[in-house]
Design a protein around this ligand. Structure first.
Ligand SMILES: NC(=O)c1ccc[n+]([C@@H]2O[C@H](COP(=O)([O-])OP(=O)(O)OC[C@H]3O[C@@H](n4cnc5c(N)ncnc54)[C@H](O)[C@@H]3O)[C@@H](O)[C@H]2O)c1
Length: 345
């Protein structure tokens, strides 16, 4: 039976990711209701995706109180995630909440506890984990060919939220509503990806986070050095002044390195070194190009969530995982403010 879905928040992510990937999975998903505090936006979205017979509501409680809904998509600004996710849990609906899970540790705990007490899934839509290039990277790392990983690096950047939102950056540049700028908006994608690819946890961070160019009161660039709990080194950058868009990672191990580049010419390549007795490991043994699957990060994440609900299988990216990534970002902001290393709490 198809998962009966209510979509709360009918802005850009709903238009670009949720609805296209709900309507292309008709056998698994049925959109029953669209909700936006600006009711016309929900109506326009129903029209755009030819969703005949779908209900349009303004108040999210009118979605969660319905008995004919199994799951909700929480696609609202970051500061609203907590209120709606907790309400949806209490109404016993499964939840796919957009990244970042929320903007404070207290709110994240509230969301996690509510979902656990209700016995519903709380999946955080950290879409970079679902990009086929990154799925291929993780699969390659799992073969163990790189040997022990000692350094991970990443960079994510785009031109800024005003281009995403069509000329008005809106709530993205209001710290009370967003939790910050580029660091929480896109930095969390990269940090979460590095945690997942390496299978390691960050112990402490030292960050430089600034507004270099944009006329916004939030950061547009950030650079974070990390120490992982096992001593691994890490570094990532998040930027709203990068043109064109890019998402890059470098994973270094004893036997070689794996590089991924979305927006570059080689999406994924593992360069293995001539490691062995009497050999010079500065030399290239071979380049391995792992096979990359189909779909996009958005498509794969949304279909995965629907499959989890259908099969009653707990998502691997849950509230706890989302909260761990958010905690690193909050520590990075604290470090940049203090000008010191900060432990991840
Ligand atoms: N996974 C990704 O790659 C990705 C990309 C972009 C945005 N996002 C995330 O998606 C979420 C939404 O971002 P967006 O770009 O769609 O923002 P947006 O401003 O385009 O859309 C948000 C919508 O929520 C509505 N809204 C606000 N408060 C509401 C409430 N209480 N009840 C119902 N509707 C309400 C607004 O009217 C607006 O239409 C954010 O958390 C953002 O970080 C994720």
């Amino acid at each position: 039976m198809a998962v009966r879905v209510g979509v709360i928040g009918c802005g850009k992510i709903t238009e670009r990711a949720s609805l296209p990937n709900l309507v292309n999975y008709k056998e698994k998903a049925e959109v029953k209701v669209l909700c936006d505090i600006v009711e016309d936006k929900a109506g326009d979205m129903a029209e755009k995706f030819a969703l005949k017979g779908v209900d349009i509501v303004k108040d999210w409680k009118k979605v969660t109180e319905r008995s004919d809904i199994d799951a909700v998509f929480v696609n609202v600004p970051n500061y609203v995630h907590e209120e709606i996710a907790v309400g949806a849990s209490r109404a016993k609906k499964h939840i796919l909440v957009e990244k970042p899970i929320t903007i404070s540790r207290r709110a994240a705990k509230h969301m996690i506890d509510a979902a656990r007490n209700a016995g519903v899934f709380l999946m955080v839509e950290q879409t970079q984990r679902f990009d086929p290039v990154h799925q291929a990277a993780r699969k390659f790392i799992e073969t163990g060919k790189l040997g022990k990983i000692n350094m991970v690096k990443g960079r994510i950047g785009h031109a800024g939220p005003e281009y995403w939102a069509g000329g008005n950056e809106g709530w993205f540049s209001d710290k009370r509503l967003s939790g910050g700028g580029a660091m929480i908006d896109v930095g969390i994608h990269m940090l979460d990806l590095l945690r997942w690819l390496s299978g390691k946890e960050v112990a402490e961070v030292c960050a430089n986070i600034k507004t270099l160019e944009k006329p916004f009161p939030v950061d547009d660039n950030g650079s974070v050095i990390m120490r992982f709990t096992d001593g691994t080194f890490g570094h990532f950058e998040a930027s709203w002044t990068t043109r064109p868009y890019e998402v890059m990672t470098w994973i270094y191990g004893e036997n070689g390195k794996l590089c991924t580049s979305i927006g570059g010419d080689k999406p994924i390549v593992a360069s293995m070194a001539t490691v062995g007795e009497g050999k010079d490991p500065n030399c290239l043994l071979e380049d391995i190009v792992p096979e990359v699957g189909s779909g996009s990060g958005w498509e794969n994440a949304i279909h995965y969530f629907l499959d989890c609900v259908t099969e009653n299988k707990a998502p691997f990216i849950n509230g706890e995982e989302g909260a761990k990534s958010m905690a690193v970002i909050l520590a990075a902001y604290e470090s940049a403010e203090k000008g010191a290393w900060v432990k991840v709490k």
